[in-house]
Design a protein around this ligand. Sequence first.
Ligand code: ZN
Ligand code: ZN
Length: 386
Amino acid sequence: MVYVNFLGLFQEEHRIIERMIFSKRRARAAAELRRLNLSSLLVAEPANIRYLSGFTGSNGVLVLLAGRTGVRARLFTDGRYTAQAKTEAAGVSVTIAKRSVLTEACVWLAQQKGVESCGFDPTTATVATLESMKKAVPAGRRRSLFRPAHGVVPRLRELKDSYEIGAMREAAALGCQLYEHLLTVIEAGMTEQALAATLEYAARMAGAEGMSFETIVASGERSALPHGRATQAKLPRRGLVTLDFGVILNGYCSDMTRTVYLGSAASAEERRVYDAVLAAQMTAVEAVRPGVTTGDVDEAARSVLRSAGLEKAFSHSTGHGVGLEIHEGPRVGAGQKQLLEPGMIITIEPGAYLPGRFGVRIEDMVLVTNNGAEILTPSPKAWTQL
Ligand code: ZN
Ligand code: ZN
């Protein structure tokens, strides 16, 4: 009983609260199934399984049965995860499958009373998956049982509960701490990969389970590549370096970008582009509040870069949702009509890229609050010359 987790609770209390959180999420999922007229849902994506049950194993299928009032859940996994499933998915019945987890889940599903339909996500299930699902159920039900139900769980995941907000605050704070550390070690002549390795080692030592995506260190001309992963290129004596990275802590991803200048003589153009991207980023953050469309937030950033003559240099969307996965809903891009709601966590990351010359991107994670936005990654973002 000495272990205290990030919510400041003892492990046992923590488990009880976790169980309540997962059953609340399953209740929300069941309500959504009733609304869609589906009596069950087959969940095969690891992040969705984790969200609804706590199970983190790599092989599993979760079946939710939505009754008129309650919800039942059964997790199918294999023998490697017997102990893990018991602890992690404490509120869920578990079947250790002898053959494919998908086949066993479908056989079981077809035997349950009152199950007329079962939703599955057509964006992640392959044709082969659907074939084997059908093969596992009696011939008479092959046509009627399975129905495409797009993004049921990912939609729920767009609104973070208080547990998730706590976890993401911690992940984002660790990101900021690591950025501070980077500022003390970065220097001309070291390779991008060495800098990335330093960051990743420090992240692991600080408790991160891993990085939420491949670390981006893009220096000099390479900063003009929006996704310049770290290479053997040496950091320049004079030039911009874009650092875009994230950690996974307690299952949740962080994501932030800062662009710093190495050396003493930045050009007026480098300063001008940096200031324009910073203004675009801050304007977009200001625009974040409930009831505003994500397209409006994108436009807030885009219009600033447009007036600086950099519209064409901003070649991607302004941001994305983040949570158990590094990219999730909502999308924050041009023309998107989705409304922001309190509890969403999105990134705001405009950039400007001048091919063959340099690029700048600045990214924060932002929580949509009841009346605005809270920046979860408050590391300084004013022009930084090292
Ligand atoms: Zn990023
Ligand atoms: Zn991002």
